[in-house]
Design a protein around this ligand. Structure first.
Ligand SMILES: [Ca+2]
Ligand SMILES: [Ca+2]
Length: 182
């Protein structure tokens, strides 16, 4: 079954804002360097700290795994069409998307208490240039007005809605800090 435009819009948002951070139109290694630097800068982690090394290793694991699943070589880049194809293929995406989800949860849960609160959500997304007024609205939508506790279990439900769901009203659509897709 072909992927719907709605799912493509969501996937493109993640591609464009969270992966292609140097705005080259493709995912490449430099994008990961930029994400690592931005996140560590916002959190005040120096480049010789343990936290910096951990963040770096987490991002490069994602990149290595993405390259493998997308079937590209060392110098390669992942284009939008390759990105959609990866998400459309249950076998290729499975291991990598699980790894990406775990990593994203850990990055968002800055305090490490197992719950992502609104401040953590907005701060992390601001590293990617998402305006905090928009990420705040998105958080309120996904958490039902801050009533839901965004723990790992709830996060994985939202994750499935975001990446695999077609329901335009699902709370999970806001997981990457966007209020709506037009
Ligand atoms: Ca890029
Ligand atoms: Ca937390």
């Amino acid at each position: 079954m072909a992927m719907t435009d709605f799912r493509k819009k969501k996937l493109f948002h993640v591609f464009d804002v969270f992966f292609d951070t140097n705005h080259s139109g493709a995912i490449d290694r430099e994008d990961f360097d930029i994400s690592i630097r931005n996140i560590c800068m916002v959190r005040g982690w120096k480049d010789d700290s343990k936290e910096y090394a951990e963040t770096e290793s987490r991002f490069f694991q994602i990149w290595e795994s993405l390259k493998l699943q997308a079937g590209i070589d060392d110098d390669g880049t992942v284009m939008p069409e390759e990105w959609y194809a990866l998400w459309a293929d249950p076998q290729r995406r499975e291991g990598w998307q699980q790894q990406y989800m775990n990593s994203q949860f850990s990055l968002l849960d800055t305090s490490g208490d197992g719950v992502i609160d609104m401040m953590e959500f907005c701060q992390m997304y601001s590293c990617y240039g998402v305006d905090s007024s928009e990420s705040k609205k998105a958080y309120l939508l996904l958490s039902d007005g801050n009533k839901a506790v965004v723990n790992k279990e709830y996060f994985s439900v939202l994750w499935k809605e975001f990446f695999f769901g077609e329901d335009e009203k699902a709370r999970g659509n806001h997981l990457f800090g966007k209020e709506k897709y037009v």
